[in-house]
Design a protein around this ligand. Structure first.
Ligand code: 4AD
Ligand code: MG
Length: 443
């Protein structure tokens, strides 16, 4: 019969003084003379030192021990004891050692490896301490995001991955044959999220999204995960208010739930403790002024690049919302305005989009992109034409503007960029188990 109440290193405090079986893998071994052996084991939940004393453990234990190699699979039976000097505060006084497999020579050693080598060995690399810690933070962050929206009455609304309508422009679409039609892999669940908002009021889409991005930066994946809340009867300001509450919740939640992981990752916690709402908000035009003063000038109408995002992060030391972006660099669905900080009514020229991006500090770049959606059917048809998109593909999206249209807003937060920022790892490839990038399809 399956035994579910098994010992796990993470719960060692609950087993103090008890005899347990630790099932895991060899992280490290060390011999001290004839009578003493140390085995640091990992079981997926943490690492623990197991001490083998001759006379205290079964006779064949030392023979078995001396054959062990890194990553060999083992079951160690022994008594859990408090040991303040040990990682995690507990260690095991071993009685018995069983080996399931003596591992072949493990390709990842303590020495430095190149990134290419590590990426080719991603299936093993994730066992390393820092990779393990970053993926634990990812898992906790995803758990927190579901809790956040659930607690606030947002319905989880699943968008399709195969879609017949582009959301974020046609230049980054992955296309695939779909019987007699062609389909795209979803770039964003937003358009479907808007459908959900009109049916349920407040929803969030959570799932993988795909972009044929040819950029080789530390912020771009071709497959990444997004959480996208969408609210009926909501303006761009409402989206920013939700965004800052959400980001504060995630950062503070990770700080309390993932202390040991952040320690392994050597994250500067004082930086994260400062992340409290409200966040500063500046218009795109104001941001250009700040950038000019910082010596990284940007011509009006262009999108921020890495140097601009880094400079804005430095200036504010907190995540900052940049709103009223030039319409010309924004997708077709944005509601437009002629005014900066105005009431958000569309004027004749639609110079600005009611878009808001949240830029993280320390060069982690844009973590949220969102804003207010166009709710007028005629305007939206004109916008589709400007973007050379076929209104037939969007008949269902246009219907939302025909049957009880309301102002509505939302945003998307990229999970990998958020995890990269919170953990302080340098590249989004270390924040997802199997990153997909231009030249990375295996493992
Ligand atoms: O700014 P984006 O493109 O916005 C949208 O897709 C909207 N439809 C979302 C919405 O309003 N519901 O993407 C949103 C976020 C970015 O801020 C970033 O965090 C992340 O998704 N992101 C990427 N992350 C990793 N790799 C990429 N190639 C990414 N592109 C966007
Ligand atoms: Mg964006």
């Amino acid at each position: 019969m399956a035994e579910f109440k098994k010992f796990r290193i993470a719960d060692a405090a609950n087993w103090d003084g008890q005899t347990v079986a630790l099932e895991g893998w060899v992280y490290n071994t060390r011999a001290a003379g004839k009578k003493l052996r140390f085995l640091i084991a990992r079981d997926g939940s943490g690492i623990m030192q197991c001490v083998f004393f001759q006379g205290e453990c079964e006779e064949n234990s030392f023979d078995t021990f001396d054959k062990l190699t890194p990553e060999s699979s083992v079951r160690i039976t022994g008594v859990i004891k408090k040991e303040p000097r040990s990682p995690g505060g507990f260690e095991m006084s071993a009685r018995k050692l069983e080996c399931f497999q003596v591992a072949e020579e493990y390709p990842i050693s303590k020495k430095e490896h190149g990134v290419e080598f590590l990426m080719d060995h991603r299936h093993l690399w994730i066992r390393s301490r820092k990779q393990w810690a970053a993926l634990r933070v990812r898992s906790e962050l995803i758990w927190l995001l579901h809790q956040f929206y659930h607690d606030r009455g947002f319905l989880r609304f699943d968008a399709p991955i195969l879609s017949g309508a582009a959301c974020e422009g046609t230049s980054t679409l992955f296309q695939t044959p779909y019987f007699d039609e062609k389909a795209f892999l979803s770039q964003s669940g937003q358009l479907y999220g808007e459908v959900g908002a009109m049916a349920f009021g407040k929803v969030y889409v959570y799932g993988p999204t795909f972009r044929a991005e040819k950029s080789k930066t530390r912020k771009h994946l071709t497959e990444f995960w997004m959480v996208e809340p969408e609210m009926a009867y909501a303006t761009m300001n409402d989206a920013m208010a939700l965004g800052e509450e959400f980001v504060e919740y995630l950062v503070q939640g990770i700080l309390t739930r993932c202390q040991s992981e952040l320690e392994i990752l050597e994250r500067d916690l004082s930086q994260l403790e400062k992340i409290r709402a409200p966040f500063p908000r500046v218009s795109y035009d104001e941001a250009l002024q700040i950038l000019k003063k910082k010596g990284v000038e940007l011509p009006w109408g262009e999108d921020f690049g890495a140097p601009h995002e880094t400079a804005l992060g430095e200036h504010f030391e907190k995540p900052v919302f940049v709103h009223h972006m030039p319409s010309q660099i924004k997708a077709f669905y944005f509601k437009q305005s002629d005014e900066v900080d105005g009431p958000g009514v569309r004027g004749k020229n639609g110079k600005y989009a009611l878009g808001c991006d949240l830029i993280a500090p320390d060069g982690y770049g844009e973590i949220i992109g969102g804003g207010q959606r166009e709710e007028d059917v005629e305007t939206l048809l004109a916008r589709l034409a400007e973007h050379k998109l076929d209104p037939k593909d969007y008949y269902w999206y246009l219907d939302l503007r025909r049957y009880g249209s309301v102002p509505h807003s939302g945003f998307g937060l990229g999970i990998e960029r958020m995890v990269a920022w919170v953990t302080g790892v340098g590249h989004v490839r270390e924040t997802i188990p199997f990153p997909r990038m231009m030249n990375t399809l295996k493992p």
